[in-house]
Design a protein around this ligand. Sequence first.
Ligand code: G3I
Length: 376
Amino acid sequence: MTRAIGMNRRAALLGIGAALSLPKAAMARAACTPKMSLGAHAASAGVTFGCSIGVDALDDPAYMALVQREARILTTDLAFKLPFINPDRGRFDFARADRLVAFAQVNEIPLRAHTLFWDLANPEWVTRLSPRDRAYEMDRIVDTILDRYRGRIHSWDVVNEPFWPGFGEPGGFRRGAWYDAMGEAYVMHAFKRAAAADPSARLVLNCDMSERDDDLGRSIRVSILRLVERMQDAGCKVDAVGLQGHLDPSLPFDPGAFTAFLAKLAERNVEIYITELDVLDTALPRDIRARDAAVARQYAIFLAAVLEVPSVTVVATWQLADGKSWYRSDWYRSVMPDLPPDWRARPLPFDDRLQGKPARDAMANAFCRAGRKRGE
Ligand code: G3I
């Protein structure tokens, strides 16, 4: 197990020490030195920066040194997903989750557990259950998993990607085992059960595709606002809405419209987490320098838009260095068979040698500019 030296606590204390002697605006400027980590740059804007992590990374000391230097919050990638943590009915496999939770505790870094219910990625046994048994198993899943990790999780992605308007369901819901068994009430039920199981944890509704400024993205934004309101009216504790941020430059993005959507969401008194930020570069130039510059521009434009809204308190990338990206995985290639065989994605702030890319600088600058604006 990788043991840091409490890097994040020491950095935070140093930062607090320095900050106490400076006015807020000067503190933001003071935090903006090129050598500072992304975590420190984000902190100057009151934002917690982090990334997702797979349990395999714990055995990669060089990568973990980068993660511990840059990230101040971690999101589990596979460990808490049902196909991995509850592979068969009544059988739980906590090995991956236990290792990540232990690492986070030893290194004093908050851990986001992703995700309990995702109708796009249910294990086979769930889809074979009767609707009544699915409701029973939902409760067993929440009670068993949250009981084991109570008090050790920063936030739970209770429900992931609940919308797919293509099914034509009221509210734009994605059909699947949980929705088909309980309707949209599965979301409320899962959140209420989770609140009872771990009152200390923040509960997050994690959504995709809201970033795109086309009919689909605009429809998803309406669905998110409607569901959050209905959940709150039903007495659900919704601490944050996660907006994944898998950016695709081939799709339209309107910064002003997206900022307005986040401001409207913030009116519901929820925090907003950008939970899975990366940039798909298949439509960008193959030339590395040109592609890296284009990816950096995407990060700059997107973060400038989202950091306008003070309710954005977490920004996390989906992994941290290109070599760990899901866009490099066999799984992604299997769902995108026409990718050129020699195509190697470069979606993240750090490259295969764990060196900062233009995207990393773009993120740092965006955090610093936001820190100055928020400090004014
Ligand atoms: O580890 C097994 C390996 O042993 C086996 O040989 C191989 C067979 O294909 O599968 C491997 O597991 C795969 C795993 O990724 C590790 O590569 C799973 O099949 C595959 O389903 C899994 O895909 C993950 C996907 O979520 C589904 O869980 C991706 O890594 C992960 O990046 C992706 O992340 C999602 C978020 O949870 C939600 N938002 C979208 C995001 C990207 O799709």
